[in-house]
Design a protein around this ligand. Structure first.
Ligand code: PAF
Length: 281
């Protein structure tokens, strides 16, 4: 695996790879890799000749009171894991390389970013869209791989490539979970020991929703309130949101039908966790 730190060098490599007729699979990450990321690499290896992973903790997608400074980082371990997983090129630029000058342009994600995490994290998806436009232009992949754990991000990216005509296929990859169902996340390390067991309530509340739907329940409010009741009864977490929308256009619906996204975010002492499930009704 080759590590590349500058945009120029990355672009030169890409030019050569494309000349050689290689297809490129891209796995953008913020590092602190876990099995979820490695599954993205596995999928990328199946679809493309060359796998490029980026590790870049993007300041634009963190709010002023969020965890940019304390976001977990361990580049040596990441290098080892990426290498073992079969990444060919690791693009690892510094902030001053990616943002050489202060950005004169601001991209605003409308509609899709007004719900779920977007309403709790104003500007977050604007920052995600901005960095992905840069990364897609630098890496020019044929395929880009994103975990469904952040389903809203998948919806935003899918619409970004459609509306800005990037010739990239977005490949959503199912969430990877711990044995007890907790969705893998770099932020799980922030859970206090006594909170770790309770952290599965979000997944369990999604299972509860699935059960209700299978039994014929279609009322959105009823399902949401059952999920909230479950979370409150079984954990010390506070609920940011539990919501149901159409997927991938994230429109509200009263009675469930078609492909729907059931998503939740809950807070523990030092961490906010998200999880979701899509279900075709
Ligand atoms: O999902 C992430 O890790 C980030 O939002 C991404 C896609 C790498 C953009 O910074």
């Amino acid at each position: 695996m080759e590590i590349i730190k500058t945009i120029k060098e990355m672009q030169q490599k890409i030019e050569q790879l494309k000349k050689d007729g290689q297809t490129i699979g891209f796995v953008p990450t913020m590092g602190y890799l876990h099995e979820g990321h490695l599954t993205l690499v596995e999928e990328a290896r199946k679809k493309a000749d060359i796998v490029i992973m980026s590790i870049f903790v993007n300041p634009l997608q963190f709010g002023p009171n969020e965890d940019f400074d304390r976001y977990p980082r361990d580049i040596e371990r990441d290098e080892r894991l990426a290498n073992q997983a079969g990444v060919n090129f690791l693009f690892y630029p510094e902030v001053r390389e990616m943002y050489k000058t202060e950005m004169s342009f601001h991209i605003t994600v409308k509609g899709l970013a007004d719900v779920l995490c977007g309403s709790n994290r104003p500007g977050h998806f604007d920052g995600v869209a901005a960095v992905l436009i840069k990364l897609f232009n630098i890496v020019q992949p044929h395929f880009a791989f994103f975990g469904m754990k952040d389903a809203q991000q998948v919806a935003v990216v899918t619409s970004l490539v459609e509306q800005f005509n990037f010739p990239i296929e977005i490949v959503p990859v199912p969430t990877v979970r711990e044995e007890d169902g907790l969705a893998k996340s770099s932020r799980n390390v922030y859970l206090l020991e006594e909170e770790r067991k309770d952290a599965t309530v979000l997944f369990q509340s999604l299972q509860l929703a699935k059960g209700l739907i299978k039994a014929g329940e279609k009322n959105r409010e009823k399902i949401q309130s059952e999920m909230k009741r479950y979370i409150n009864q079984h954990s010390s977490a506070s609920i940011d949101y539990v919501e149901i929308y159409t997927f991938p256009d994230l429109k509200p619906l009263q009675s469930l039908s078609g492909l729907v996204l059931i998503a939740g975010a809950i807070r523990f002492t030092n961490v906010r966790l998200i999880d979701n499930m899509t279900i075709d009704i």
